[in-house]
Design a protein around this ligand. Structure first.
Ligand SMILES: Cc1cc2nc3c(=O)[nH]c(=O)nc-3n(C[C@H](O)[C@H](O)[C@H](O)COP(=O)(O)OP(=O)(O)OC[C@H]3O[C@@H](n4cnc5c(N)ncnc54)[C@H](O)[C@@H]3O)c2cc1C
Length: 429
């Protein structure tokens, strides 16, 4: 069978949500730009608190990373807690990691409350050491969590790894039982439906092209006409573009790619990831993988750094297939049915950011951790906008940096250099 260049999750749900084609409302209290997980979660919370909300989406609802990701609902941030602590101190680090843990409950509550059928399961996650030094770093991380948090993650020695994974290439691992798995397309579509039911205007095919500041709000020019809004929240992730140039200069769009095999027989699947955990390794050029509800191996990685095109998807699918064979030689001969890509939003400090710039609110920089945190922070941001407490958010306590020396206008010419640097880091550590 020929591999389909298509998102597997999209075949499990009524996607894309093209049918919602209402006119833009003339005026709202809050306009959210981007209909991904954080944008929809913010709109959901804001409309529930009684204000009028429009969500403007350039493509279709949930079109971006939010429906294409690995569906890993993870605790933690992109950076290790120890690294964050060195930069920002113990108290802020504790607040951020506390929030990341709470975010799993936020997703679960939303799923239950709104009856979103999306295979949400408390599977836990497994972080794998590609080298002995990685395992040492995991031991330090586990100690940090235990000391500052009274939070127990479980170290798995190399000898005990067969209980967790059917691969002998790793040097140990760390299990966090709180993390979960979800079908991301079903989740984002369910969230969109709940947001619409609550009363928000969802406006697909309404790309924002310009924001004009007025004396009492903003005039938003879209490809489908204009609307007035008292407040604007930008949640455009890795697709942040020239309509918000100050934010575009702070976000690096980085490609991530996934392949999915055909459904595996139960005994084969069980031998690969016995507890259905969400799995990822410790490298900068990392691999992440999991089983879908119908037992497909969904295997992703940062195979190419550039955002998705037909050619990067094809070349990444070949690289990922080789990686998958290296991890799981048991899958030799199993057809890969799907291959796709999406774009991640990295900030220059690899931290998530939420705040206000030139009067416009934003939540950006999830760096591959936006399913759980995007939901939670989206909702927190809506509350903070309504309560006037955005300044107090921990995600606003540190600078949202631009490129060093300002050498970036939104076109990431330096991606090959970052790729090379990450390969060097993976080789050295
Ligand atoms: C392949 C892949 C795997 C991933 N795996 C995981 C995972 O397992 N776990 C995890 O936590 N995270 C993962 N992530 C990251 C996660 O998907 C995101 O962090 C999360 O979905 C938050 O997305 P977002 O809404 O910020 O961005 P997106 O979902 O990309 O949404 C942004 C939206 O903004 C729209 N937009 C852009 N410009 C405009 C404009 N001018 N006007 C109107 N709309 C506009 C875009 O069309 C897009 O739909 C992964 C990402 C990718 C790409």
């Amino acid at each position: 069978m020929k591999t389909k260049e298509k998102v597997f999750w999209h075949d499990t749900v009524d996607m894309p949500m093209d049918r919602i084609l209402n006119d833009l409302p003339p005026k709202v209290d809050l306009a959210v730009i981007g209909a991904g997980i954080p944008g929809l979660a913010a709109a959901y919370q804001a409309v529930k608190r009684g204000i009028s909300v429009a969500v403007l989406e350039a493509e279709t609802i949930g079109w971006g990373a939010s429906s294409r990701n690995g569906g890993m609902v993870l605790t933690g941030l992109k950076l290790d807690a120890g690294v964050v602590e060195k930069k920002y101190g113990t108290e802020l680090t504790r607040q951020l990691f506390d929030d990341s843990v709470t975010s799993i409950n936020t997703v679960e509550q939303l799923v239950i409350q709104e009856g979103i059928s999306c295979d949400f399961k408390r599977t836990g996650h497994l972080l794998l050491a590609n080298k002995p030094t990685h395992y040492e770093a995991m031991q330090q991380e586990a100690e940090w969590f235990s000391k500052h948090f009274n939070y127990d993650s479980r170290l798995i020695s190399r000898a005990d790894l067969p209980e967790e994974i059917g691969s002998d290439i790793y040097f140990g691992g760390l299990v966090d039982e709180l993390s979960s798995g979800v079908n991301p397309a079903q989740y984002v579509v369910g969230l969109a439906k709940a947001t619409e039911r609550a009363g928000a205007f969802l406006c697909p095919h309404a790309r924002l092209v310009q924001i004009e500041k007025m004396h009492d709000g903003f005039n938003l020019k879209t490809v489908r006409g204009e609307l007035l809004s008292s407040q604007v929240l930008v949640t455009t992730g890795g697709y942040t573009g020239s309509a918000t140039p100050a934010l575009q200069r702070r976000i690096i769009p980085i490609g991530s790619y996934i392949i999915a095999t055909r459904s595996l027989p139960d005994d084969l699947a069980k031998g690969l990831i016995p507890h259905h955990r969400m799995v990822f390794d410790y490298r900068h050029f990392l691999n992440y993988f999991r089983l879908s509800a119908d037992n497909r191996m969904v295997f992703g990685g940062r195979a190419a750094f550039f955002p998705e095109t037909s050619s990067t998807i094809r070349s990444s699918a070949d690289i990922l297939h080789k990686e998958m064979m290296h991890v799981f030689p048991q899958l030799m001969g199993v057809e890969v049915e799907y291959a796709w890509g999406g774009t991640l939003d990295f900030s220059f400090d690899q931290m998530p950011h939420a705040g206000q710039l030139d009067g416009i609110y934003y939540t950006l920089g999830f760096a591959g951790h936006g399913v759980a945190l995007g939901t939670h922070l989206g909702m927190r941001m809506a509350d903070a906008i309504l309560d006037g407490t955005v300044k107090d958010l921990p995600y606003n306590a540190y600078e949202f940096p631009k490129a060093p020396l300002g050498l970036y206008n939104g076109k990431p010419w330096f991606l090959p250099l970052i790729g090379l640097w990450h390969r060097i880091l993976d080789w050295r550590f």
